[in-house]
Ligand binder design. Sequence first.
Ligand SMILES: *Cc1c(COP(=O)(O)O)cnc(C)c1O
Length: 331
Amino acid sequence: MIDLRSDTVTAPTDDMRAAMAAAEVGDDVYGEDPTVRELEERVADLFGFGAALFTVTGSLANVLAIRALAGVGDEVLCESGAHIARAELGAHGAITGVTMRTWSDPRGYADLAAIEAMVAPDMGPFFVATRAVSVENTHNFGGGRVQPVTALEGLRRLADEAGISIHLDGARIWNAHVASGRSLRDLAAVADTLAVGMSKGLGAPVGSLMLGSVEQVAQARVWRKRLGAGWRQAGVLAAAGLYALDHHIERLAHDHANARVIAEALGLDPADVDTNIVVVPTDDAVGVVAGCRAEGVLVGAVGRRIVRAVTHLDVSAGDARHAAAVLAKVL
Ligand SMILES: *Cc1c(COP(=O)(O)O)cnc(C)c1O
């Protein structure tokens, strides 16, 4: 099977497993796992943040970040296809008690005019108070799009003027970095809090990080434990993340090239493929998924009329060409 459902499906490589097996560990709830601390410090520094917290999932990193910026009855603005709004099972409402209002952009871009029209940090005891705007880079359901620099710079100005915060959901910020050539610090400069994933394109089996100020991360550590997600000798997992930082960032360019190969074979405009996600319109997503499966290719239905193919570490150029041919035939 060639599995293009997501870049989460990668298995750790032999070298990554060796790094995990060799990791020095301690009890992270006591703050004594040296490998976890190394990963947290290294990632905080990479993005220019005060501190970082290693978490089991990106969803948890987002929950901890959003709750650092907004509280019960507050509001966060995001794009209608945002992972925090669509794919975290209502966690931000269920756990933090925030509400969301959304703008819609098929590519997931930050729409400054729409955001400006919605922002309402303080309109008296009549309207819910906007505390933050959340954006994704790259945008998952927008097809792996890299946010335009000018929109993010404008968003920062808008947030500063309004006195609200920005959360950046950077589960795939590594892909944005490789595709755009902009530094990780540059990409993160827009944000007050940041979530980054190690278990998507970077190929680690488990783990994300939540980044913020020293104070925000200290609070997030309390909430992580409160939610039952404190962990002990997590250094075996952090070691996979450290290995990925050393070996799996620049290679993302191959995934991006493979995604464009798939787009071209399907007659889609490769210019619409910024990174490793190909969005394929069809009348029958479920039928296409079943048809591809029968031919040994796994793709995902992310809407009734949208199939998604995601390239990653375990998909070679040959796999991509073969999968593209299968998809084209089934479509
Ligand atoms: C995958 C993803 C996450 C987090 O997913 P987990 O499965 O919880 O690790 C968050 N945001 C975006 C944009 C994602 O694509």
